[in-house]
Design a binder for this molecule. Structure first.
Ligand code: SF4
Length: 362
């Protein structure tokens, strides 16, 4: 039996095992994907949950070196959707049986921002009779703020760690405004507040090793995370990290590495929700379908009004920015059928892992 067969037989993986799996090519890689696809089918089924993504503001106080909407990028048109635009998008998701939405923005910690999010949460719950699950992705906040937002009707929160290696994190997030310890504390606060907690990392960053990526997967497992969204790093010309573009892996390799990360994570954490991120599609037209086939079970169709989408470019060549929400839905239905999966319309699709975590089974 080969070394890889021996690793794949295990229930859990060491850091060295994961590094070996991330390096797989050819038939060994196919064997990894076959195993993760089987584990997906057995544990979460060949079903995909929709989360309608509303990018309601691109205003951000932070300066992450890789991000196209970082505070110091003056080339961006800053916007804030009106309440009506947000409610119209939420109504679209509700009427089209999406089950869930994600409200995402840059990071702002002012009182007025906190109150506005509270008001929006209450408004969305009012117009949809509390039937839409709401995920928030609004960055680091005080625990009291997370509690207020949870009390106002948000039940899931996405806060990507981006890299679980403190040294690499600090290199990508320099200066006093960024703090790895605070990011971790926020993740713990979210768990303690009762949120289903999601995180994620970028794959193929400059200065990042396979050992770092193995550490990221072990971090997710150790943290007992409920949901994960991770995608290939895609460079943006108006960011400081663009200076290191010549040191990057070719895009196809970043793409393949991302698929392997998803497959390994599905084997490590069988019942979590894993998103097939849009960044995959920016490299390969069938990127999200390929991720669904080998382990992902969540897709986030963009339902932000089309005129704003070009102003929420965390990376360049983001797909679907010129489509309206209807186009996006039709195209996704065809794509998911191609991946031999079906869309679980009208279901919240809560993470099975979360349910076990809160009842003490995990
Ligand atoms: S990654 Fe998030 S916190 Fe960092 S600059 Fe971009 S929007 Fe702001």
């Amino acid at each position: 039996m080969s070394k890889i067969d021996n690793i794949l037989k295990k229930d859990t993986f060491s850091r060295e095992d994961i590094v070996s799996l991330l390096g797989l090519q050819g038939p060994d890689k196919t064997a990894l994907f076959a195993q993760s696809a089987r584990i997906k089918e057995e544990n979460v089924g060949n079903r995909v949950f929709f989360r309608g993504l509303i990018e309601f503001s691109n205003i951000c106080v932070k300066n992450c070196l890789y991000c196209g909407i970082r505070h110091d990028n003056d080339a961006v048109n800053r916007y804030n959707l009106s309440d009506k635009e947000i409610y119209d998008a939420a109504r679209f998701a509700f009427q089209n049986n999406y089950g869930s939405i994600v409200l995402q923005s840059g990071e702002v910690e002012t009182d007025s921002f906190v109150k506005r999010v509270e008001k929006i949460l209450q408004g969305v719950n009012r117009i949809t009779n509390g039937k839409l699950r709401i995920t928030l992705s609004c960055g680091e906040q005080e625990k009291s703020v997370y509690r207020r937002w949870h009390d106002s009707g948000a039940h899931r929160y996405l806060l990507r760690i981006e890299s679980s290696n403190p040294g690499l994190y600090t290199r990508l997030h320099p200066g006093a405004m960024h703090d790895f310890r605070r990011r971790l504390d926020c993740l713990y606060s979210l768990q303690e507040t009762g949120f289903q907690v999601g995180t994620g990392v970028m794959i193929g960053l400059p200065f990042q090793s396979l050992d770092d990526l193995a550490g990221d997967l072990l971090f997710m497992k150790q943290f007992n995370i409920d949901m994960v969204g991770m995608g290939p790093y895609l460079e943006h010309v108006d960011t400081p990290l663009y200076a290191f573009r010549d040191e990057l892996l070719p895009r196809e390799e970043r793409f393949q590495l991302t698929l392997k990360m998803i497959a390994i994570l599905r084997i490590l954490m069988k019942d979590i929700n894993i998103a097939a991120t849009t960044a995959l599609q920016a490299i390969d037209k069938l990127g999200r379908e390929k991720a669904i086939k080998i382990g992902a079970n969540v897709i986030m169709p963009n339902i932000t009004p089309g005129k704003y989408r070009d102003d929420y470019l965390l990376y360049q060549n983001k797909p679907c920015t010129d489509e309206n929400a209807d186009d996006c839905k039709t195209c996704l239905e065809a794509r998911i059928a191609l991946a031999d999966n079906e869309i679980a319309y009208g279901e919240w699709g809560d993470s099975g892992h979360f349910k076990k975590r809160v009842t003490g089974d995990k």
